[in-house]
Write a protein that binds this ligand. Structure first.
Ligand code: TTP
Ligand code: MG
Ligand code: MG
Length: 417
């Protein structure tokens, strides 16, 4: 029986094994036990997911499809069915939410659970884990891997260690030493740039990173430095928020920001708008949904509010389609003598099936764009909720956010693993 020191939180990170491929194997028994490769079927398609049978041939996510075909010609090659995966993801969230009210679905196939308060109810950690795995397998027919640790950061890292169908428990007493041999880029949020910078300092592992003084890291990496310092020690105090099931059926997804300086310079406004559209698109795809209506909101210096909506011919999940419509609406704003003090974009009229629910309806370029959007999301997932947009914003004007609904997006992206 696993004992946990009082006062330490117990956080689980749940990640589905070969998610898209597993959903396909579950609904078609003939595919079980066989290599299954899901991804874009066009000339330039890439692999979204490879079953573990396919991975033994060296096939993995983001590999060009032609390469996957070369390595594993006898695999079953399937197009992405976003709607099916979004549905499986929704059912998984429903199941997971039964184990604790503190549950954060961090992406389509993963979630954080703070089970500190519900442990006794389920007869201790080992029983709780067995129940979660059993319920998911019985009701969805898919295996998951679970990392258990005193915080999100370590739980996330650990869930990868015994895939597939694995359990990894990192006990508080084992920290930080258990992390010391890991390469620095195992820390969520550490990409090539940080990795190379650290390498130039002679730092390759978390153990080496933990020896660097905090002030030195802060000097080299700014606020990111403090995060690296804590991460190398396996420290992270980001909470797991209360789960809001209503988020699934939220009627609107929107982002807005108050400009640091009032302006009616269309170029400046469009630049802000693009960043907002990227965040909205990202949230849309994460929710596995598409939208048919795009709404632009502009508040003028005299606080007069301008909102205009337009409905698209076809629902979309793509940043550029949202942006195209929103910028068209922006050009219709009558500023008069006024300037804009706030700009926002929202999408509504939502339906299931981001990605490629009806691939056959898409032409090749559409499929390609969908793939690109998902590839960017994979980066955003890895670096934090809106790292791509944030990176763009860093050198630009400071922004504040007036929409309380969007609080989550204002957190330090690195806190959102
Ligand atoms: P992951 O959890 O990263 O991968 P996985 O579930 O396929 O495999 P693992 O057992 O290692 O967890 O991603 C979840 C899903 O997201 C994946 O099934 C397909 C999609 N995805 C892409 O479409 N493109 C990508 O590059 C990645 C990494 C994932
Ligand atoms: Mg997974
Ligand atoms: Mg995942």
């Amino acid at each position: 029986m696993t004992r946990w020191p009082p006062g330490e939180r117990i956080i689980l990170h749940v990640d589905f094994d070969a998610f898209f491929a597993s959903v396909e194997q579950q609904r078609n028994p003939q595919l079980r036990g066989r290599p299954v490769i899901v991804g874009g079927q066009s000339q330039r398609g890439v692999v979204s997911a490879a079953s573990y049978e396919a991975r033994s041939y060296g096939v993995h996510s983001a590999m060009p499809m032609w390469e996957a075909r070369r390595r594993c010609p006898h695999a079953a090659f399937l197009p992405v069915d976003g709607q099916a995966y979004a549905e499986a993801s929704r059912r998984a969230r429903e199941i997971l939410a039964q184990f604790t009210p503190r549950m954060d679905p961090a992406s389509i196939d993963e979630a954080y659970l703070d089970v500190t308060g519900s442990l006794r109810l389920f007869g201790g950690l080992d029983n709780l884990i067995a129940r979660i795995k059993g319920d998911i397998r019985q009701q969805l027919g898919i295996t998951i891997s679970i990392g258990v640790a005193p915080n999100r950061l370590v739980a996330k890292i650990a869930s990868d260690w015994n895939k597939p169908d694995g359990i990894t428990i990192v006990h508080p007493d084992e920290l930080p030493e258990r992390l010391f041999d890991l390469p620095v880029d195992d820390i969520p949020g550490v990409g090539d740039v940080t990795k190379q910078k650290l390498a130039r300092m002679g730092v390759h592992t978390l153990g080496q990173l933990a020896k660097i003084p905090k002030t030195l890291l802060e000097r080299h990496f700014g606020s990111h430095g403090g995060y690296l310092w804590r991460a190398s020690r396996g420290q992270d105090d980001a909470p797991v928020p209360w789960y809001d099931p209503g988020e699934d059926s939220r009627k609107q997804i929107s982002r807005e920001e108050t400009l640091a300086e009032d302006t009616r310079d269309l170029e400046v406004l469009e630049q802000r708008l693009l960043a907002l559209c990227e965040e909205v698109g990202w949230r849309l795809r994460r929710a596995g949904q598409r939208a048919r209506t795009v709404t632009l909101k502009v508040k003028l210096s005299n606080f007069k509010l301008f909102t205009r909506s337009e409905t698209l011919e076809e629902p979309t999940e793509l940043d550029e389609v949202i942006f195209e419509r929103a910028s068209k609406l922006l050009r219709r704003v009558k500023f008069g003598a006024q300037q804009a003090r706030l700009i926002g974009v929202g999408v509504s009229n939502l339906s299931d099936g981001a990605g490629a629910g009806q691939l056959s309806l898409f032409d090749d370029s559409r499929e390609r764009r969908s793939e690109l959007a998902r590839a960017r999301d994979a980066i955003a997932d890895r670096f934090g909720k809106s790292a791509i947009t944030r990176a763009r914003l860093v050198h630009e004007q400071e922004v504040s956010d007036e929409d309380p609904e969007n609080d989550a997006l204002d957190e330090d992206p690195l806190q959102r693993l």
